[in-house]
Design a protein around this ligand. Structure first.
Ligand SMILES: Cc1cc2nc3c(=O)[nH]c(=O)nc-3n(C[C@H](O)[C@H](O)[C@H](O)COP(=O)(O)OP(=O)(O)OC[C@H]3O[C@@H](n4cnc5c(N)ncnc54)[C@H](O)[C@@H]3O)c2cc1C
Length: 201
């Protein structure tokens, strides 16, 4: 059959017959209209970048399914071989369903090389990279903001000891003592508490 966009499609019946989808989901009809594959979709299927990210089938299906309201989204993607290293669907976090939003991190190397670039250049480049990765144009997003996390990372440390100055009765902890992650912040606080306990006992 041909639809208004003039590309050939066919209606595929879902094995689930749509039983498990909520009524408002178009898949609850038990049918889905799919475009025939073209060279564009074959390029998606053979994209090393998408295969390595583990999202090749998601992107392919998104391209093939005619009804773009059908939601096949992933919540997060670790990205390689581009200037973007991480994309997460921020609105998938609990209590944030109302407005769809993405959080995108550049790679550390790209950030270091472009730390002082003008905001609009950084936004344009990373938006283009993101659009290519997710196969959707995000340049017309309602709101795009940029933040440079200048001090989020520290150089690699061989080892980390609790920072306790017993003489001056001072101590310090934080992710910066180990690595820029929540686990590191917890471990640093935990190690410091243990170190202080030994001193007190
Ligand atoms: C954009 C972004 C995304 C991240 N995503 C992840 C992730 O997905 N997974 C992950 O594991 N980690 C992530 N992190 C890292 C994680 O947030 C940090 O590792 C963690 O919050 C560090 O905890 P902390 O308690 O050491 O420091 P912080 O959370 O920074 O707490 C330090 C506190 O000290 C306060 N403070 C600073 N100076 C003073 C002062 N002079 N007087 C009084 N108070 C002061 C600050 O206001 C702050 O509240 C992310 C970080 C960023 C920036």
């Amino acid at each position: 059959m041909a639809n208004e966009n003039k590309f050939p499609t066919e209606i595929v019946e879902l094995p689930s017959k749509g039983y498990f989808y909520p009524k408002e989901n178009p898949l609850s009809t038990g049918k889905v209209e799919i475009k025939y594959m073209t060279a564009k979709e074959e390029d998606i299927l053979t994209s090393v970048n998408l295969i390595e990210q583990g999202i090749v089938l998601d992107v392919l299906l998104k391209e093939l399914i005619v009804d773009k309201d059908i939601d096949l989204d992933w919540d997060a993607a670790l990205v390689s071989e581009t200037d973007v290293s991480w994309i997460s669907v921020n609105s998938s976090k609990p209590g944030r369903k109302d407005n769809y939003s993405l959080l995108v991190h550049s790679t550390n190397t790209w950030a270091e090389n472009h730390l002082n670039d003008e905001n609009h250049k950084v936004i344009t480049h990373l938006s283009n990279e993101t659009s290519n990765i997710i196969n959707r144009d995000i340049s017309n997003a309602v709101h795009i903001d940029l933040h440079r996390w200048r001090y989020a990372n520290i150089a690699k440390l061989e080892k980390s000891e609790p920072l306790i100055d017993a003489k001056n009765k001072m101590a310090a902890c934080g992710d910066w003592c180990i690595k820029g992650r929540v686990e590191a912040a917890f471990r640093s606080g935990f190690d410091l508490a243990n170190g202080m306990r030994h001193l007190i006992n």
